[in-house]
Design a binder for this molecule. Structure first.
Ligand code: LCS
Length: 405
């Protein structure tokens, strides 16, 4: 068979075909699940050559597995990177990356609004290993520049941020990072392709919690890191295989491969539904503020338009007004969430189902209260992962919930 030139085919064609090869022993089109811990060598010499990396091939599934390798190859093509390593979770991907690339005495600049689990890693995990972390509002490039020290090695952020949807100019930050010989690491979980391509905008490393849109069906915990071959080799060899020991299971890799085939159509529908819901919420009398990159009212809407490919993601958050029928915004939010039928009260995101949650008591409960409020994660903030149901039904669900306030 001839090879597909991925730069010449549409995204929807590419995500189906990238890395896919019929199984050589059976011709199976769907990638087999190589549910094995170990791989048999023909002889001692071959085993030694594999360990010495003189011969390509598998050894032990903590260091590499054929099903997972197909996922890694596909994700590298999707994000436009040289190589990819998969992990058992998004946190496994982030933790393995940072312990592989940083050492005691190094300094990292981290966006000031991040997922609660990443916040624990940055506030406790890294400092306890002697790594200094500065939290910076990366939407302001002057603040990023000012935070650079002689020991700085990495700039790290999410864009859009979880849960406030703040957007950082990836290209602007990449230019600053490279002027100072730093690596730019972007967590692209909230804006997966075909929305946003951090590596094409100059980032060195792109991370996903594939638990979210990349798998898309709410049945896997997983992560990936995409970047240059030498860096990915280091993260695989040290972080994923030895220090953290966090490869995904072959079955989970297979589920993600299956989910990926519909990435484009899922993501486009998430984006369309989120824009409709954002417009509805912005015009609702009970809503004080909506945070969605696709609204003209979003503070970085101009940057969003450029770097998010005209799609703005499936995530939004909003604040209810204080004093609706004498209730605080927090009380009103509880009543609203407890009276929904289609939207499930749950953390995570990127599933077919619409998920609604309260960051202050759930995803970001581990963040220090003062810090949480200072970055806009108020007690009244509600986050929605807009699903693939019909947008009208999602809006009707919220409408009937609002009637209970
Ligand atoms: N990065 C981002 C931006 C996330 O939102 C999450 C999880 C992670 C990394 C970690 O990925 P995991 O280990 O869970 O695969 N975010 C979650 C959230 O907002 N609700 O539940 C999990």
């Amino acid at each position: 068979m001839k090879k597909i030139n991925y730069s010449q085919v549409d995204f929807d064609t590419m995500v189906i075909h990238a890395s896919q090869k019929p199984d050589p022993s059976t011709g199976a089109l769907s990638t087999p699940i190589f549910q094995t811990s170990t791989f048999v060598f023909d002889n001692v010499e071959q085993g030694a050559a594999r360990f010495a990396k003189e011969e390509a091939g598998y050894v032990y599934s903590r260091g590499g597995n054929p099903t997972t390798a197909q996922l890694e190859e596909k994700m590298a093509v999707i994000e436009g990177g040289q190589a990819c390593v998969a992990a058992a979770s998004g946190m496994g991907a982030i933790g393995s990356t940072l312990v592989s690339l940083l050492k005691s005495g190094d300094h990292i600049i981290c966006g000031d609004t991040i997922y609660g689990g990443t916040s624990v890693l940055m506030h406790q995990g890294l400092p306890e290993m002697g790594i200094e972390v500065s939290f910076v509002d990366t939407t302001d490039l002057d603040k990023v520049r000012a935070a650079i020290k002689s020991t700085t090695k990495i700039i790290y952020f999410e864009t859009p941020t979880n849960p406030t949807m703040k957007v950082t100019d990836i290209k602007g930050c990449a230019d600053i990072a490279h002027e100072h010989n730093l690596l730019l690491v972007v967590d692209n979980t909230f804006a997966p392709p075909p929305i946003q391509y951090p590596l094409k905008l100059g980032a060195d490393i792109c991370i996903h919690s594939v638990t979210k849109y990349i798998n898309g069906h709410g049945d896997v915990i997983g992560g990936v890191v995409v970047g240059p071959q030498d860096i990915i080799d280091k993260i695989r060899g040290l972080g994923i295989t030895k220090v953290c020991g966090t490869p995904p299971s072959p079955f989970n890799s297979w589920l993600v491969l299956r989910g990926l085939k519909t990435l484009g159509m899922r993501v486009r529908t998430h984006c369309e539904n989120a824009l409709e819901l954002a417009n509805f919420l912005e015009n609702h009398e009970y809503v004080a503020k909506v945070f969605y990159p696709g609204l003209a009212s979003h503070p970085q809407h101009k940057i969003c338009k450029n770097q998010m490919n005209g799609l703005f993601g499936g995530m939004l958050s909003f604040e209810l007004k204080e004093g609706i029928n004498g209730k605080s915004a927090f009380e009103a939010g509880k009543i609203l969430l407890n009276n929904l039928a289609i939207c499930s009260i749950a953390v995570s995101l990127g599933d077919a189902d619409t998920l609604i949650e309260h960051p202050a008591s759930m995803t970001h409960a581990s963040v220090d209260t003062e810090e949480r409020i200072s970055v806009g994660i108020t007690d009244g903030l509600i986050r929605v992962s807009v699903g693939l149901e019909n947008a009208k039904d999602i809006i009707e669900d919220l409408k009937q919930g609002f009637k209970e306030l």
